[in-house]
Design a protein around this ligand. Sequence first.
Ligand code: ZN
Length: 198
Amino acid sequence: MLLRSVYGGRERYLNAHVSQGSWPVLVLNADFRPLSYYPLSLWSWQDAIKAVFLDRVNIVAHYDQAVRSPTLEMQLPSVVSLKSFVKPTTHPAFTRFNVFLRDRFACQYCGSPEDLTFDHIIPRSKGGQTTWENVVAACSPCNLRKGNLTPAQAKMFPRQHAFAPTVHQLHRNGRLFPPNYLHDSWLDYLYWDTELDP
Ligand SMILES: [Zn+2]
């Protein structure tokens, strides 16, 4: 199962993978904020229970589901918080998902949300690097049209300057694309809770 969000009638996939039938556990930092948003910090219930027994986390919320052994019955945690604070990263990873999120899932040449891929502003064949500053979301038709040309040659310019976003900027854009797979017990800890239920 993927965490999904719907935008403009089309499904957008957040890059937090949750396998079918599993009970993913939202992992909060010691300050009760998610350890990370992109991807959302999730553990398997097995890892979460291990961490409980190693005394590394507190259980914040439960699923109704329980696991049983001959000597123990335990409700599966749905939210845990770390006992010691981990300094969060301020610089988001340069990933496909994060580039799309920075560019709000829209082609930077025509604005289309369809058939998105990536474009090197300065083509690789002309020495362009694969970096935040040189990669933008682009639809396949624009990407094909631009080909191996520079923006000046193709007369195609990105709508916004390509930049390395901060975590804050990605969070702000993330509010526009809330996932529709969220366990109820997670909502209090995710910034988009108020967006889902105004
Ligand atoms: Zn386009």
